[in-house]
Design a protein around this ligand. Sequence first.
Ligand SMILES: Cc1cc2nc3c(=O)[nH]c(=O)nc-3n(C[C@H](O)[C@H](O)[C@H](O)COP(=O)(O)OP(=O)(O)OC[C@H]3O[C@@H](n4cnc5c(N)ncnc54)[C@H](O)[C@@H]3O)c2cc1C
Length: 494
Amino acid sequence: MSESKKAVIIGAGVAGIATAIFLAQKGISVEVYEKNANPGGRCGQMIQEGHRFDLGATILLMPSLYRRVFASLGLDMDRELETTSLEPVYKLFFGDGTDFAFTRDKEKMKSQLEGMEPGSFEHYERYVKEGYEFFNMAKLGLLGRNFYHVFQFINFKNVQLLIRLKTWIRHTNYIKRFFRHPHLQMAFTFQNIYVGQNPYKQPAFFSMLPGAEIAEGALFPKGGMHRVVEKLLSTAVELGVQFQYKNPVSKIIVNGNKTEGIQLEDGSIIKADLVIANADLPYVYSRLLPESRMSRRLQKKEYSCSAIVFHWGVDKVYPQLEHHSVFLNDPYKEGMEKIFNEKSISVNPSFYIHAPVRTDKSAAPENQDTLSVIVPAGHVDGKSGQDWQQLKQTARDGVIRRLKEAGLTDIEEHIKFETCYLPKTWESYCNVTNGSVFGSLSHTIFQMGYFRPHNRHNKYKNLYFAGGSTHPGNGIPLVLLSAKLTSERILKNV
Ligand SMILES: Cc1cc2nc3c(=O)[nH]c(=O)nc-3n(C[C@H](O)[C@H](O)[C@H](O)COP(=O)(O)OP(=O)(O)OC[C@H]3O[C@@H](n4cnc5c(N)ncnc54)[C@H](O)[C@@H]3O)c2cc1C
């Protein structure tokens, strides 16, 4: 390979930075252009009055995938990130005032389950084992490889795999084979939300999420999830990668069947042999490339849900909360329908709280708390008459009410400051289509594998994509894999 090749990467998200490292390690000169003042995108960070917040991603799940990608970058993930395995993984709070520790401790899990539904521990063990098998099968056959042509995806072996992965049965129907108690059915299906999906619509295959949580645990890197970005960034900089912040790209320059580089918003042109778009793929097709049939087709695809996020600096520590706390409110099914059908939120929304001080005191000033509340919400949709200020108020009222019920009676008085990210904020902050932060494209079975938009442009052969909206999908472990797969494809072709 020629050492004089030059690549430009649009976006300094996790996938953009990891791709930069893979390419720079092979002697390609890499420049990264990022619209924001800081790196990380949806894995960014905010520090205010001594409170440190992870803006988006907070849970380090599927550590085996991190280890695999880090190892191929020459990094030892556990050493570099100084991780702690969380126990419990999280605590679940139900609407009737009961709670449930999602624990990896077998004895604790057994006594909780048997107390709720006699005989259920055995079913739990089978559910988790099968879910983790789905994860391992998917890792090899579906997520961890490139599909260079359609017959690598649609063939007898893969059809068998899709059947074994139970892609034909909905998760909420599948769970009934294991648990009768509605709280247990909720406790082992809500994880679909991690990838922006409705468990009532998506397949049993996603039981791989709770399966992997129990089998591999959830880790916390000292300093927060943004440490992943910082570590990747320092590695890239050491390799000579140039990062240009506050430099939005306005256009990908194309000529015939190739790209010649990019144009920045200030008008300057950057020539390159390769362009890699880490920015959201549907956004790139609709805003940075000439109009095409593909850009129109992408608009009609299914998009993941979004989230209303409140970051609170709090002058008190609430022992009721674990590092990760999930509040699942009734009615569960209607709550999902509000998000996915009405593109709205319920007046009694389910939500999640990240409270990192319990594991890492450096996340807040002494005796204070840093809380991020994530409320899954409908994505931005011009046809749904959304009033975001009203939806924000509904979300906030619902969260505060539920926290008071859980014993955080004076929470409102102790919030020193609040920053809120609405779906519209995500849309403009990261250029994520519809503010669909868990995708952006949804992970339906017809939008995965070969059916997910490819990581190489069909026409412009030196234009590639890396990130959540291309193969294999969204979430930090998968966007790291995306960087690896896209880089492998590039290096095969240069
Ligand atoms: C609230 C929330 C909670 C989440 N929780 C988790 C979690 O717990 N665990 C987990 O694994 N994942 C989680 N995720 C998902 C995870 O954050 C994303 O999958 C991941 O960060 C996406 O990385 P990316 O590199 O694909 O894209 P991005 O992070 O979106 O990076 C793309 C970059 O491109 C830049 N860009 C866009 N357009 C342009 C342009 N025109 N010019 C220059 N730059 C541009 C953007 O500013 C951005 O920095 C969460 C996400 C959110 C929002």
